[in-house]
Design a protein around this ligand. Structure first.
Ligand code: Q9C
Ligand code: ZN
Length: 342
């Protein structure tokens, strides 16, 4: 399969994140994509191509203009305020606060459009964010050109970004934008299978009221795990979208048998949906040694995940999401893809 990659991802390198009371180096760092790329080459997975450059229009199909504008201008405004370092929010809206008007100040807009303190904007982040979307959209184009599968080596990741909010190291939802583009260009139904360790809250929110995207996510139980406020089993979609959202919250310590059973059920439900295309939000932070996660998958299980997805026999776009056991991220991500190739 072809791999879409851009070195533009280096332009997003956060200085760090506030985690459990300490400012720590960013887990989501450039080395991640480089090690996946190195493993792709080592395993001769396929030709590595550069993304096409798309207009902003496919992004506006998914995201609010105010969010897009903030991601582009936040750091410049930050510097104009005399500040150094990267732009972070430091307050968030809560019940009873005004959500019917967008603040005009920079700090107000950072608060309004974000949901955590781990997702920094630097002077050049926007170029990497936009390029990551182009990597995903180019992968979608490959499927439209008749390829059975493609791997969009996106960085920064996307699945925590909703229509009008960013967080969880994610700014724009690469997988959702690619899925929407496939629909806009003629697909009738797209299934998104999210195997990242964290709940794909952004993707769920974007498609929650719709029946043309079936979202299935396996993730750390929100009773225990980030993002804590979404990803429960009883979130099944709303309105026309009722029945088209499926969450498998799994507890800390989940090992392959429990994971496999949930994945098998999710895949069965996707097959019943009969999608034209499958988009996989491919996070490998389910790995046993991931520094911020609590599942117990081993290298060989990623190969099994790929083989199970292959059994759907659908055109499949893999979009890179999380995975922070950096030394092993290449093995785990590429195992899914070689498992898929069979
Ligand atoms: N409990 C992705 O994998 N911080 N994002 C968690 C540790 C946020 C992960 C803190 C994790 C976001 C794309
Ligand atoms: Zn994750």
């Amino acid at each position: 399969m072809k791999i879409v990659y851009s070195a533009d991802h280096f332009l997003h390198h956060a200085p760090g994140e506030l985690l459990f009371g300490e400012f720590v180096p960013a887990f989501e760092k450039p080395e991640r994509a480089e090690l996946v790329l190195a493993r792709v080459r080592e395993m001769e997975l396929g030709e590595v191509i550069a993304p096409q450059i798309f207009p902003l229009e496919p992004i506006t199909r998914v995201h609010a203009p105010g969010l897009m504008e903030l991601l582009q201008s936040a750091h410049k405004e930050w510097v104009e305020l005399g500040r150094s370092g990267a732009a972070y929010p430091y307050t968030w809206p809560t019940r009873g606060m005004r959500m019917d008007r967008v603040p005009t100040s920079l700090d107000g807009r950072l608060a309004f459009y974000s949901f955590d303190c781990g997702t920094a904007l630097t002077a050049t982040s926007w170029q990497a964010i936009k390029s990551s979307v182009d990597v995903a959209l180019t992968g979608a184009t490959l499927l439209q050109g008749g390829e059975r599968a493609a791997f969009s080596l996106c960085r920064p990741p996307g699945h925590h970004a909703g229509a009008d909010h960013y967080g969880g190291y994610c700014f724009l939802n690469n997988a959702a934008i690619a899925a929407q583009k496939l629909l806009d260009d003629g697909a009738k139904r797209v299934a998104i299978l999210d195997v990242d360790y964290h709940h794909g809250n952004g993707t769920q929110q974007i498609f929650y009221n719709r029946d043309d995207v079936f979202f299935v996510s396996l993730h750390g139980h929100p009773d225990q795990e980030y993002p804590y406020l979404l990803g429960f089993e009883d979130e099944k979609g709303a309105g026309k979208g009722e029945g088209y959202n499926l969450n498998f919250p799994l507890h800390w310590g989940t090992e392959w048998p429990g994971y496999e059973a949930a994945l098998q059920e999710g895949i069965k439900r996707i097959a019943a949906y009969a999608p034209d295309v499958v988009v996989v939000s491919l996070g490998v932070d389910t790995y046993k040694d991931d520094p911020i996660s609590h599942f117990k998958l081993e290298h060989e299980h990623f190969t099994r995940i790929g083989a199970m997805i292959k059994a759907l026999n659908k055109p499949t776009l893999f979009v890179m999401e999380g995975g922070y056991a950096v030394a092993e991220i290449g093995i785990n991500a590429v195992n899914v893809l070689t498992g898929f190739k069979g």
